[in-house]
Design a protein around this ligand. Sequence first.
Ligand code: PDD
Length: 289
Amino acid sequence: MAMTDSIVFLNGEFMPLDEARVPVLDRGFIFGDGVYEVIPVYAKRLFRLDEHLDRLNNSLDATRIPNPYPESEWKKYLSQLVMKHDIEDQSIYVQVTRGVAKRDHAFPGDITPTVFMMSNPLKVTDTETFNKGVSAITLDDIRWQYCNIKAITLLPNILLKQTAIDEGASEAILVRDGEVTEGSASNIFIVIDGVIKTPPKSSRLLPGITRDLIVELAKKNHIECIESNFSRTELSAADEVWLTSSTKEVLPIVKLNDEMVGDGKPGPVSVNMYEIFQRYKSELKHNDD
Ligand code: PDD
């Protein structure tokens, strides 16, 4: 399906992408006043849907945008959107903005939030990319103080990511007050002496759905995993480093600020976690609920 033929969802209706229109006074366009989600779909099943809808609800609460639909309606529209696309593995983008109003910083009176959803083919980290790993650089976390909100206002993240790309790296790993927070569009894990560490959830990072799953799977598989802060120095000294996100899944970093991580290949704990994650996914695919 060509991109422009793709069916999208806008305010309760399904339509081809090139027919979807939003007024220029939408506060998403004018102020970046909105929140979003990215939900992976494997074999036409929405992955960790309840967790994604919970996080969406938290982002809406935190920004005081009324949740436009009850959970059952979200689920209905989302599964309709998935079924309108032939591709088995999809990445569903969901965006809710405060709505359309004359430009004024203060919240407008009674307006209806704008809801937009689209499906794109899901391109997760393939085995070849996993085996090669990627490089990253550390940068100061220039973002605001509510990084737990999945806000569409992503200018700092975009600038940080582009700085990494301009320097030949794939991701920027962010450091605030000496402590590592997350990537510009991913969460971070390190391994030191076989123990996994990831920063605890706080307003300094997005509570990643993939992050939570990795923590859960590590515990289930009796692999020691600690949620605790670590410094840039600890990061540089780590045996293994990897990123997680709904689209990256588990992605090893093998080069950090031009220095090799470990021996420059994905380490054994990363490989193990990646395999555990893939097994979890395929069990879900074969599990007809
Ligand atoms: N981003 N941290 C940030 C800043 C992110 O933007 C993301 C994901 C994550 C990982 O969260 P999850 O595991 O729930 O995908 C962490 C999405 C994929 C995006 O913006 O496209």
